[in-house]
Design a protein around this ligand. Structure first.
Ligand code: ATP
Ligand code: MG
Length: 605
């Protein structure tokens, strides 16, 4: 990823950085040969010293769309490689034939790129598919069998389960455990050659059925499964288990630090057992990768399990995987979160040994910090009410006169230029900028009042931002008594930017757009999808706590500077928050904008 070397990214200390720094100091990984691509011990031995000081990897299973937790893992693995002169591989962990699809592979590539990371180094692409290692994995399985370290078990699944024991009871040996290596090898080859039915037998490691760690009680390495694989087609009818495949993938790629989430902690002894034996057998190069576990990242007010995200999509609760309320990377992108904001959120949460719950507010703060200095400003009226300036012709000579107004595109960045729009007799204002009877402290528009003691209060004066001061005189209502227009008079000689414009003091300034030049727009106001921070806590059905107002669609008016705004343009609508021109549902003349977040955290206010 490209970043300015003069402004290094913030690097909060965390235990993974500590481990890597100690390894680099001790030279743990110095001079290890690398064969230029993934491979076995001989392949790497024939290579040259690895130019990468460390190697990490992001290993998604291509069985769904990536979510915010994956974004965390991407930022962590690619970020560590970037910061320590290493290389991070993108590896598709596609060893499970049934659930994986090309659609997800493409989406993952796009999501990682969008987050700002890259796996190309010079002319080498470090994008790998675990299924390319099936040949090696099978070869390793035969080697384990021949070394007496694995056996074919023909027990039924129920028998295997019954003999596995539990936390308090040791397991008992399978009656098939004491077959000779030659018998096991013959059986394994029959499995491979399709001579046995799905599920009739498995290959297991021969470790210790009495181990206090249940993962070491002869874990399954291979199962028979007649399924077409997206990469290898029908070549295999046996497939490796994840716990067998993953350590081998890391070692073939010469990963140094294999970073995974906490639930794999109990698998680490098997990870080491397997790699040590395969290195002893001469199949894998030393030094071997080491596994480190960190806590998962969860976002409050959403769910992140792929199964639950799928349910939201399939039941039509949201409008797709990229619905702006979804915590998927594509959802966050469409919502308008920037890659920089997501990276800042990930970096800011470091890495720790406990699972963490992060509030959307943290992501929103990162977004505001990123956009405050760069997003152009614009005025938008989202709940429109017409304001009629009744003395317009008196002041300007004609009801059709348009007073040109301008405003900086960004208050601190003159180089971004100037927005221009016109003030005319009729403008749109926000409905809640007018009240007939003002509560205490209301400084926006209200008509003349007669107080309880009979005294008269004049109609209030406000400044139309970048325009001029107006004094409210009354309103018009429809038959139901609903206000349909506010009436006011222009106070002459108060136009912003002209001498003496400040002579008339006002306490309120309101935003507006001209009826004659406003742009109609559909604006989606998104909020949290659920009303509870942990929607699925305690086994609750998350459907019970959906926020009915997570998407509110309004028809608003935008200032004309937004005409033709490109898809994914991010803007600050003054007083309202940050918005993005929708990247999908965006139609030329009447654009669709999505609210990313308000200007300050208003949840629960
Ligand atoms: P899910 O359980 O949501 O389906 P997963 O762990 O099965 O996710 P993988 O495709 O296997 O999804 O994950 C790829 C990588 O992303 C793994 O290294 C995994 O540890 C990491 N990862 C997944 N979810 C999170 C999370 N919530 N926080 C941090 N890392 C995560
Ligand atoms: Mg997984």
């Amino acid at each position: 990823m490209a970043h300015d070397p003069n402004t290094p990214p913030p690097k909060p200390a965390n235990f993974l950085r500590g481990i890597i720094e100690r390894d680099l100091e001790a030279g743990t990984w110095d001079g290890r040969p690398f064969g230029g691509s993934p491979g076995d011990a001989a392949h790497h031995a024939a290579g040259t010293p690895d130019p990468a000081r460390i190697r990490t990897r992001f290993p998604p299973e291509p069985n769904g769309y990536l979510h915010v937790g994956h974004a965390k893992s991407i930022c962590l693995n690619f970020g560590l490689a970037r910061d320590y002169g290493g290389i991070c591989h993108l590896r598709f962990d596609d060893t499970n034939p049934e659930k994986e699809e090309q659609e997800y592979v493409d989406a993952i590539v796009e999501a990682v790129h969008w987050l700002g990371f890259d796996w190309e180094v010079g002319t080498t692409s470090h994008l790998y598919y675990a299924s390319d290692y099936f040949d090696f994995m099978y070869r390793a399985a035969e080697a384990l069998v021949q070394a007496g370290l694995a056996y074919v078990d023909e027990q039924s699944a129920d028998e295997m389960r019954a003999r596995r024991g539990d936390f308090t009871t040791p397991g008992t040996d399978s009656p098939f455990r004491h077959r000779t290596p030659a018998e096991n090898l013959a059986r394994l080859r029959e499995m491979r050659d399709g001579l046995h039915a799905d599920g009739s037998m498995v290959l297991r490691a021969k470790i210790d059925m009495a181990s206090p760690n249940i993962n070491l009680r002869d874990p399954t390495l291979y199962r028979i499964k007649r399924a077409t694989h997206h990469n290898t087609g029908d070549r295999w009818c046996i497939y490796p288990m994840y716990t067998y495949a993953h350590p081998i993938e890391d070692a073939l790629e010469r990963i140094t630090h294999s970073i995974c989430t906490l639930e794999f902690e109990d698998q680490r002894p098997f990870y080491d057992w397997l790699l040590e034996h395969l290195a002893d057998l001469g199949l894998l190069a030393r030094p071997l990768p080491k596994q480190y576990e960190f806590g998962r990242l969860n976002l409050s007010y959403v769910v992140t399990s792929k199964r639950k995200l799928r349910a939201l999509v399939e039941e039509g609760i949201v409008e797709g995987w990229d619905d702006p309320r979804m915590p998927t990377i594509f959802g966050m992108r469409r919502r308008g979160y920037t890659p920089a904001a997501i990276r800042a959120m990930a970096d800011g949460t470091g890495a720790s040994k406990t699972n963490i719950w992060l509030d959307y507010a943290v992501l929103d703060q990162c977004l505001r910090a990123d956009l405050e200095g760069q997003a152009p400003r614009a005025m938008a009226v989202l709940d429109p009410l017409k304001l009629v300036l009744t003395n317009w012709a008196e002041v300007y000579g004609s009801d059709d006169f348009v007073e040109p107004c301008e405003a900086p595109a960004h208050p601190q960045r003159p180089e971004l230029g100037t927005r221009r729009f016109g003030l005319a007799r009729e403008v749109w204002i926000e409905r809640d900028d007018f009240v007939e009877r003002p509560p205490k402290g209301f400084f926006r528009l209200f008509p003349p009042q007669t107080l309880a003691d009979g005294s008269a209060v004049p109609g209030n004066k406000v400044r139309l931002k970048y325009g001029l001061v107006v004094e409210c005189t009354g309103c018009e209502k429809d038959a139901e008594g609903r206000v349909i227009a506010v009436l006011a008079r222009v106070v002459p000689d108060t136009r912003s930017g002209t001498p003496g414009a400040d002579a008339v003091k006002v306490k309120g300034t309101i935003t507006w757009v001209g009826v004659h030049d406003a742009l109609p727009a559909t604006v989606n106001l998104y909020d949290r999808l659920f009303t509870e921070p942990q929607p699925d806590a305690g086994g609750r059905d998350f459907r019970e706590v959906l926020n009915p107002r997570s998407k509110v669609v309004v028809q608003g008016w935008l200032e004309p500077s937004l005409a033709g705004a490109a898809r994914e343009t991010r803007v600050q609508f003054e007083r309202h928050g940050y918005f993005i021109a929708d990247r999908v549902d965006h139609r030329g003349e009447a654009p669709v904008f999505n609210r990313i977040t308000t200007l300050k955290d208003s949840w629960g206010a």
